[in-house]
Design a protein around this ligand. Structure first.
Ligand code: ATP
Length: 365
């Protein structure tokens, strides 16, 4: 097992069109045994970061350390890292048993019996012991995924890397495999770095989430941290479904406290808000589940919205509304089902307000 450190790591690719900064000055300390999920939109630098750690990509600047030892110049096989790819990368002509044991035959002096013992043990852990003598071509996507993970387990590495390992599976199997991988992690306790562009996958699996955009670190934190205290509007928008609502507002100080005033919005707030955020221009942000339809709410504590679409999803209803020309999403209990075209009042708790700086888009409150 190992601690993984990224110390101001930068990766620049030289492309025909010029340099591409894929990762910019990434610093991150992952303690031994942690399950960390890298998440972000396509092209944000997730895979490149993982590949630098695995030794499959050179590092332009900065240092990566495993248990305190710099690995920039260490060959991939000396890093004691096992990686599971989206494509599974299984040998089609080898059986599952051979696929799982092949790496150990190549890179260690272990006896055949010991390798087979490890293969059977990993196969049992992944629930694929009945498939050991089959070839990958005769397996389903989910089974191939288990073989690829089993092959990584067999190596007993100090770090596991997963690059979008569930992308090729259907939604139900993905959910099942998430639980399986979380179970494997808690059984083995091996430091795990997992890449996905799926924020729900990140939220359900991670001890800590690392959110990247455009090669730059946006926030590192527990799922609760990034959900309840997003560091900037990018994180606020990226995490959570349906995504957060954003309104341009002005925070004004009044005799009794303050007011948030924007297009279609004019709500009183307490002194606390004015003390924590200076009067000025902000982006007001509220999660869809923090907006409540309450047509009895007073005008000073709510704002008006017109219902465009009501989406019934079973457990909740999603409302898509218009607030003076601005889009707004609300998640309500099933018994709140206004009709499309109806005008309603939306209210919220002051404690659920997020304010972001209009220029930097960083969180102020
Ligand atoms: P995805 O979710 O689509 O896999 P990602 O977050 O993993 O995306 P990377 O694959 O790490 O992103 O790519 C980061 C940036 O680096 C992108 O702009 C990509 O085009 C660029 N890039 C990646 N590999 C190379 C390469 N070999 N040569 C040039 N540019 C590259």
């Amino acid at each position: 097992m190992a601690r993984v450190e990224f110390d101001t790591v930068t990766k620049v690719f030289q492309d025909t069109s010029g340099p591409i900064v894929a990762v910019e000055e990434l610093s991150l300390d992952i303690p031994d045994g942690e399950f960390v999920v890298f998440v972000g939109p396509s092209g944000c630098g997730k895979s490149t970061t993982l590949r630098m750690l695995a030794g499959l990509e050179s590092i332009t600047d900065g240092e990566i350390r495993l248990d305190g030892t710099p690995v920039n110049d260490m060959s991939p096989r000396d890093r004691d890292i096992a990686m599971v790819f989206q494509s599974y990368a299984l040998y089609p002509h080898k059986t599952v048993r051979q696929n799982m044991g092949y790496g150990l035959h190549l890179s260690t002096d272990l006896q055949d019996e010991e390798i087979d013992r490890r293969v059977v043990e990993a196969a049992e852990m992944m629930g694929i012991e009945d498939l050991l003598d089959k070839k990958p071509g005769s397996l389903s996507g989910g089974q191939q995924q288990r073989v690829a993970t089993g092959r990584a387990i067999v190596r007993e590495p100090s770090v596991f890397l997963f690059d979008e390992p569930l992308s090729n599976l259907d939604a139900q199997l993905r959910k099942h495999m998430r639980t399986e991988l979380a179970r494997i992690h808690s059984e083995l306790g091996i430091t795990t770095i997992y890449v996905t562009h799926d924020q729900e996958e990140a939220m359900t699996m991670a001890d800590r989430i690392v959110i990247l955009d455009n090669g730059q670190l946006q926030q590192v934190g527990t799922p609760k941290d990034v959900y309840y205290r997003p560091a900037n509007t990018f994180v606020a928008d990226f995490i959570g479904s349906p995504s957060m609502n954003f309104f341009d507002v002005e925070l004004e100080a009044t005799e009794s406290g303050g007011r948030l005033v924007g297009t279609g919005i004019d709500c009183e707030v307490s002194n606390r808000i004015v003390e924590q955020a200076e009067p000025g221009e902000y982006i007001l942000s509220l999660r869809p589940e923090n907006l409540v339809v309450d047509n009895e709410a007073s005008a000073s504590e709510s704002f008006e919205a017109t219902v465009d679409v009501v989406e019934v999803i079973g457990s909740d209803n999603f409302l898509y509304l218009d607030v003076a020309g601005q889009e707004c999403r609300v998640r309500t209990p099933v018994d709140v089902e206004p009709t499309e075209g109806e005008t309603v009042r939306l209210t919220f708790e002051e404690s659920d307000i997020h304010l972001f700086d209009r220029d930097t888009e960083e969180a102020v409150l």
